[in-house]
Design a protein around this ligand. Structure first.
Ligand code: ZN
Length: 166
């Protein structure tokens, strides 16, 4: 938990067109601890609230910055540029989940929360952005490059993960 993490009522925030900015130190992101190589770097977030033409409430989350991850191939440090842009429909209790609308992929949905931890929300979005194992573009010894790489378990794992996304 962060010490002074902002907490918002997500529905009210959306309906009132709220705007909140802040910084997160990578060390605050406890669920990322396993993949971080160190706590250097900084993340800035901007959360804004809005309603669409039908009065449907949304939160928009933008996160920019960099964190130092551990390459999943050589385990060396890897500076990762974070750039998250998410639009999250706020689903009220008892309201139907927007299944069909989600297929166009222009937004996601989450249950509205009266006490939403903004840093936790940002952490969720960063974790989603990290769905593919981070690694250097080139860090293997020369004999592993090109041909050999396409047969390595890492390559097939990467293909599998990409396949899951599509
Ligand atoms: Zn590497």
């Amino acid at each position: 938990m962060s010490q002074q993490g902002a907490v918002i009522d997500s529905l009210e925030f959306a309906r009132q067109g709220g705007h909140l900015t802040g910084c997160i130190a990578p060390g605050e992101l406890v669920r990322l601890a396993d993949v971080l190589s160190d706590d250097d770097g900084e993340l800035q977030y901007v959360v804004t609230g809005e309603t669409d033409g039908n009065g449907k409430p949304f939160l928009t989350v933008a996160i920019d910055g960099s964190i130092n991850l551990r390459c999943q191939r050589c385990l060396g440090p890897l500076t990762y540029t974070v750039r998250v842009r998410s639009r999250l429909a706020q689903v009220e209790p008892g309201e139907e989940w927007p299944g069909d609308e989600l297929e166009n992929d222009s937004f996601d949905a989450m249950p509205s929360e009266r006490a939403l931890d903004v840093v936790g929300l940002c952490e969720d979005e960063i974790l989603l952005a990290l769905a593919i194992a981070p690694r250097h573009e080139r860090c293997a010894p020369p004999e592993y490059e090109e041909k050999a790489e396409s047969q390595s378990p890492f390559a097939s794992l990467a293909r599998l993960k990409r396949g899951q996304r599509n």
